[in-house]
Design a protein. Structure first.
Length: 241
């Protein structure tokens, strides 16, 4: 099979063959890219860190290398090892998802990053250096740079969700009255049963901003800060999925 990968062409014929040099290059490059992504995740204290990303990417690269060795002419219509890698990484990603006490999924971005690193490993193992690097150049900024912009957009959306802890259940009606007076609409209120015996009444509340002035000038943080001053609220924060 002729490889037309630009980086492989630039490096020379040795880089697209299955010699010791190209194998070491692919594994080293996989480990390097995974280290960068894993460091970014570890620095933000996510469950999957440096070791997990290196193992996933290196394993995917090795699986593709083995597949290329077993089928050097590319005659197989279906490559079992790469398919098994995709299924295995997908299973790991699903198992890495966590549910917080507020029944919200956590770790979805990290799971997606693991899956992307598995694809990077497959691309590098097949000798498609350019594809692997391009996916990396999309993945890293998405993880490191976009969260701030994403939070900016979320903080100015018309819909948000809060985690609310009241000192007692009867105060819920007072809270609803204040919410409506502020120009907010309650879409849903869910009692969090995990706190039943804590002495607090804890709710997950979905809100919509209907008042034009609030939509124009107030962020979610400013609205929550105003609600925090209510004496019957023990704790309040915005819920992030």
């Amino acid at each position: 099979m002729t490889i037309h990968d630009p980086i492989a062409v630039l490096l020379g014929p040795w880089s697209w063959g299955l010699g010791i040099g190209s194998i070491l290059l692919r594994l080293a490059l996989a480990a390097l890219l995974a280290t960068v992504v894993g460091w970014e995740r570890s620095s933000k204290r996510h469950s999957a860190g440096l070791r997990t990303f290196i193992l996933i990417t290196a394993g995917s690269t090795a699986a593709m290398l083995l597949d290329c060795c077993l089928s050097p002419d590319g005659s197989k219509a279906f490559h079992l090892l790469p398919a098994a890698v995709v299924i295995g990484v997908s299973t790991i990603c699903v198992n890495s998802l966590l549910f917080s006490a507020k029944n919200r999924i956590r770790g979805l971005t990290t799971a997606a990053a693991l899956w992307c690193c598995g694809i990077i490993g497959l691309a590098l193992g097949a000798g498609f250096y350019t594809v692997g690097l391009l996916v990396f150049l999309v993945l890293l900024p998405a993880l490191a740079l976009l969260p701030g912009f994403e939070n900016y957009l979320k903080d100015r959306s018309n819909h948000f969700e809060i985690h609310l802890e009241l000192k007692s259940a009867p105060y819920l009606q007072d809270f609803i009255t204040v919410i409506r007076a502020l120009g907010l609409t309650i879409d849903e209120i869910e009692l969090n049963t995990a706190y039943v015996n804590s002495g607090l009444s804890v709710y997950t509340v979905s809100l919509s901003i209907k008042e034009a002035q609030l939509q124009k000038y107030k962020t979610h943080g400013e609205i929550i800060e105003a609600l925090r001053s209510l004496e019957y609220i023990s704790y309040i924060e915005e819920s992030h999925g």
